[in-house]
Design a protein around this ligand. Structure first.
Ligand code: ZN
Length: 471
């Protein structure tokens, strides 16, 4: 307890003596002071090294609060001796909250405060019923309670009692000052309004009551301002939103117009294409009609140029030629219509046994015309094979006979060209095409002649039945 052992004040005859107030002769046990707390004898330590102080005299157990009690008592005695107190700032403040939860304050300065205020009267340890303050001072007829706090501070219960009785009370806070304080230092701590504060003061409550309406007004103004700002923000938001909506509507309208324009363009394009197609079809119809008309005109022109008498003469000539052939065949050594019997004799074997797998190349490529008019080349070649020209043996040995040889063979076998029949058909076709000579007797006679194809078909049919019956 070395700290507490250094005591600045000792008590002598109920007066507080600071160690610095001792003379050199009063050092040590001659100081005649006792501890302010435990009242046991003190010794004054007044050496050269440490700051001078009291300590509990030898053999006495040091108490815990000798220094604090001494300071407390010295401060009280200082105020009573000086008839002066520190007066703290007296300012009423009320506080509320605005609609956003932030604090709003209203303050009123009642007294600016003073470090050292002379008083008329100071009483120490004076009772006021159940309240026992350190001091009661009187200033302009008003009593003010003074509490000096070193280790003990006023609690809430005592504050309520003071308040209930409408008293004024100042507390001086010396809790943190050095325990080795000198009287001059103690005076500077005591008379410092920053260390003093009002525990209660009726003026404070009255001022707070007066401030509350102002506070409410301030809060209302604040809330109105907040509401106005909120409204302005909402208005701005709404204006923005409306602006965007207008913009969007504008763009949608533009888009709609563009879409309508595209649709119209496509429709126009479709109609134009349709018109062009119709025009092309119309042109084609006209062209075809013109072509038809041209053909008709050409046909009529050609019809006019026809040599009808020449055609009659030609028809007459064909009929006469056929009659001559008929006569010739009747007088021939081996008379036969179209020499079919002749062919039969020269077919010694069945067609099915011919075993012809392919047409000799010489025949397929080098015969420039069909000797028998109207007979398909294939059939004509078959006829040729049926003759002795291409025997089975010759085919096997691939012995080919020149075309002229084939013609000679066919001639030898009695085949005759059917050119008169071909010419007759040609003449008939021409007359029919131009619709002329429909009732001419010569032309009617031509119609009675056998047709080349009919003649050939008859011939082939006989060949087939011949081969089937092994004739
Ligand atoms: Zn003591």
């Amino acid at each position: 307890m070395a700290y507490d052992a250094k005591i600045p004040y000792g008590l002598r005859d109920d007066r507080l003596i600071h160690v610095s107030q001792l003379s050199r002769g009063e050092r040590g046990n001659r100081c005649a002071c006792v501890c302010p707390e435990c009242k046991s004898p003190l010794t004054a330590r007044m050496g050269e090294v440490n700051r001078h102080h009291f300590a509990h005299a030898g053999g006495n157990r040091p108490c815990a609060k000798g220094a604090e009690t001494g300071i407390h008592l010295a401060a009280k005695q200082m105020i009573a001796d000086n008839l002066a107190i520190p007066v703290p700032l007296l300012q009423a403040t009320v506080e509320g909250k605005n609609s956003q939860g932030y604090a709003v304050r209203e303050s009123m300065l009642i007294f600016r405060g003073r470090d050292r205020q002379p008083v008329d009267k100071a009483q120490v340890e004076h009772h006021m019923g159940n309240i026992r303050p350190d001091l009661i001072v009187t200033l302009a007829g008003v009593e003010i309670l003074i509490e000096v706090a070193v280790t003990h501070y006023i609690d809430a219960e005592k504050q309520q009692r003071l308040e209930a009785r409408g008293l004024r009370c100042i507390e001086i806070d010396l809790g943190d000052i050095p325990r080795t304080v000198t009287p001059a230092e103690l005076a500077s701590y005591v008379y410092d309004q920053a260390r003093a504060y009002w525990i209660v003061n009726p003026k404070l409550a009255a001022a707070e009551d007066a401030l509350r309406p102002k506070l409410l007004q301030a809060i209302e103004r604040e809330n109105a301002r907040i509401e106005k700002a909120r409204q302005e923000r909402a208005d701005e938001d709404r204006r923005q939103r409306e602006h965007y909506e207008r913009m969007e509507a504008h763009y949608l309208a533009m888009e709609s117009v563009a879409a309508e324009k595209r649709r119209k363009e496509e429709e126009e394009k479709r109609q134009r294409l349709q018109r062009e197609r119709q025009q092309a079809a119309e042109d084609e119809r006209r062209r075809e009609a013109a072509e038809k008309q041209r053909q008709q005109q050409a046909w009529e022109h050609e019809r006019q140029l026809l040599d009808l008498n020449g055609m009659r003469r030609q028809a007459q000539g064909i009929i006469e030629a056929c009659q001559r052939l008929e006569t010739h065949w009747q007088q021939a050594p081996m008379p036969s219509q179209y020499t079919l019997p002749m062919a039969k004799r020269h077919v010694p074997r069945a067609l099915s046994r011919m075993e012809i797998t392919e047409i000799p190349r010489a025949l397929a490529t080098s015969i420039p015309y069909d000797w028998l008019y109207g007979v398909p080349p294939q059939e004509w070649k078959l006829v040729a094979f049926l003759e002795e020209v291409y025997t089975h043996g010759r085919l096997r040995q691939e012995e080919w006979i020149p075309i002229l040889g084939i013609e000679r063979c066919l001639s030898d076998f009695g085949y005759r060209p059917v050119r008169p029949l071909h010419l007759a058909t040609e003449l008939q076709n021409t007359a029919q095409h131009y619709r002329v000579l429909g009732d001419d007797s010569s032309m009617l006679a031509l119609a009675q002649l056998p047709k080349p194809r009919d003649a050939i078909a008859e011939f082939l049919g006989e060949l087939a039945s011949c081969s089937g019956s092994q004739c």
